[in-house]
Design a protein around this ligand. Sequence first.
Ligand SMILES: [Cu+2]
Length: 174
Amino acid sequence: MARTEKRWLLLMVGLLTLFMAIVVASTMTSALHPPSNVETIDPVTLHLGGEFAESNLGTAQEPDGSLTARIVADQYAFVPYCVKLAVDTPVKFRLTSVDVVHGFLLPATNVNTMVVPGYVAEVRTRFTRPGVYSMPCNEFCGNGHHGMWARVIVVPKPEFPALAPTERSSCVQQ
Ligand SMILES: [Cu+2]
């Protein structure tokens, strides 16, 4: 083997090792992990009852104070289109689609998942500062894809009212 060939080979192996190390390190330090929740749901009947019935969408408060936001994606909207959450609180997003594959992305956070019909996507995060986060659908889903936007509003803790176990909150009226 020629000397230059050997060098290139070593360089390539070195680069691959470096990229692998970056993936592992970012996974461990910034919770940048691929969504791995394998939970199935029937997209045809999910609106009829259970977790993704319309009355259960939006933000719910768990007994430990953490928040769960349930969102349904369809062509071409997220329901609800405005989700209200509190800062410095563990947040769990649970999403599913009723038609085609959509994407759910919150820029500048670790939230980025595909929303695949038939499956429930789950992403956990914690917002460190209040603000309005736009959530575009980042998976081409049809002619109206460019208009598929929604918002997450993160408010300071005192502004987030305590919710009763069956109560759901959103900022759709605002
Ligand atoms: Cu979409």
